[in-house]
Design a protein around this ligand. Structure first.
Ligand code: FAD
Length: 264
């Protein structure tokens, strides 16, 4: 039995069915309601460059063809190692196994701040997050991305391609500081601002809340100058580089508010 239906699970299954086809009775339990898809390509779905169908790597038919039972849409909630069973949420069923492989991936690191549960605030990890951002881009005009690493910038680019004005709030002095030195990070910031006309806002090493409160009212307003009027924000944070912003502080600031109301 395999718990999780991501890339790691599928690579294992592919090896299994090619080396010892039909030797094992395999069940895969995935929390997401989809067969396997290429998570890395979510950015291109967000940017409108690919459809969801185009990033599915293993359709339902693949599982059936190789005798693999697939349960989707409900997570495993408990493992009983004495009885060798797992419980699946929503079914009440205890499913037996002989060998259990956990391939459950990781969860986005969410900043421990108030406001995470507000509507239109999400992480960028799976198809549901991507669909939520696409939906928000149709209802709102402005987005904040917390985290200026690779994933944050991909999210910013995708939202920009969806017509939003995007501000990236990043804890470090330059973008993608894990991959780029300061000169290259600054070049990236200035070319990203030119190419996308998005606002890249850096906090210079201060927490975004401190950075935000230190800016003048006109400075704050200028972040949103490209599109006056609207103050609704879809915020997301990247899974890998999560700036320590406080949404609460930013929400109370004069030029910004995080709200579920449509403003477009
Ligand atoms: C937008 C984006 C872009 C990325 N780009 C890159 C890149 O360019 N290069 C790179 O190397 N990496 C990239 N990554 C990271 C990469 O996608 C992950 O490292 C990889 O997906 C990890 O694979 P995995 O199978 O271990 O976990 P996952 O792909 O996370 O799959 C785990 C699955 O297990 C499911 N699950 C979790 N708990 C349970 C449970 N209790 N019961 C049942 N199912 C459960 C989850 O819902 C998920 O579907 C990117 C990630 C994102 C989000």
């Amino acid at each position: 039995m395999v718990v999780g239906n991501g890339i790691a699970a599928m690579r294992t299954l592919e090896a299994l069915v090619s080396r010892v086809p039909w030797r094992y009775e395999v069940t895969v339990i995935g929390a997401e309601p989809h067969p396997n898809y290429n998570r890395i390509l979510l950015s291109s779905v967000l940017a409108g460059e690919r459809t969801i169908g185009e990033i599915v790597t293993h359709a339902q038919a693949w599982y059936a063809e190789h005798g693999v039972r697939l349960h989707t849409g409900n997570p495993v909630t408990a493992i009983d190692r004495t009885a060798n069973t797992v419980s699946i949420a929503g079914t009440g069923a205890a499913v037996p196994y002989d060998k259990l492989l956990l391939a459950t991936g990781s969860k986005p690191l969410a900043p421990p701040i108030p406001g995470l549960d507000l509507p239109d605030v999400c992480a960028f990890r799976d198809l549901a997050d991507t669909e939520a951002m696409i939906s928000a881009s149709k209802r709102h005009r402005r987005a904040i991305v917390i985290g200026g690493g690779l994933l944050g910038l991909e999210a910013a680019w995708g939202l920009r391609r969806r017509g939003m004005v995007v501000a990236v709030v990043h804890l470090m002095p330059t973008l993608m500081e894990r991959q780029l030195d300061m000169v290259a990070g600054e070049m990236l910031r200035s070319s990203a601002a030119k190419v996308s006309k998005a606002c890249s806002s850096l906090t210079g090493g201060r927490s975004p809340a401190t950075w935000w409160s230190s800016r003048s009212a006109s400075d704050r307003t200028s972040i949103w100058r490209p599109l006056p009027g609207s103050t609704s924000i879809a915020a997301s944070w990247s899974a890998t580089t999560c700036a320590r912003a406080t949404l609460k502080s930013m929400r109370s600031a004069s030029a910004l508010s995080i709200t579920a109301k449509s403003s477009a």
